[in-house]
Design a binder for this molecule. Structure first.
Ligand code: ZN
Length: 109
């Protein structure tokens, strides 16, 4: 193996390690931002356990739960229940969406 090859492999390994560390230490989110149709409705701190019923303009609802820094949608009256079946999220940039209600719960910092 030539010296150049070893350097290239070294750079590749370093980049891979960097990518893994970046994914692992992705910062914990600080609050949940709730959007209706792209408009920010409210923000809730992730460090305070709570259960909030989000009501849409046309009278539908989603029950959002914050527990141990994790966001979950535990109940909703939407037809597809995708938001309820979405796994709980904890990290910045992750989200739970309710398309029928045009509601997005997005973890932000
Ligand atoms: Zn839904």
């Amino acid at each position: 193996m030539k010296k150049g090859d070893i350097i290239l492999i070294g750079i590749g390994v370093a980049l891979l390690a960097f990518a893994i560390v970046f994914i692992l230490v992705r910062p914990k989110a600080v609050y949940v931002a709730v959007y209706e149709d792209g408009v920010l409705m409210d923000r809730y701190p992730l460090n305070k356990d709570t259960e909030v019923t989000i009501r849409t303009k046309d009278g539908h609802w989603n029950v959002m739960q914050i527990k141990d820094g994790t966001l979950n949608v535990i109940e909703a009256d939407c037809p597809n229940q995708i938001c309820v079946n979405t796994v709980p999220v904890t990290k910045t940039g992750e989200s739970i969406l309710c398309l029928p209600h045009k509601i997005s719960f997005i973890l932000e910092q």
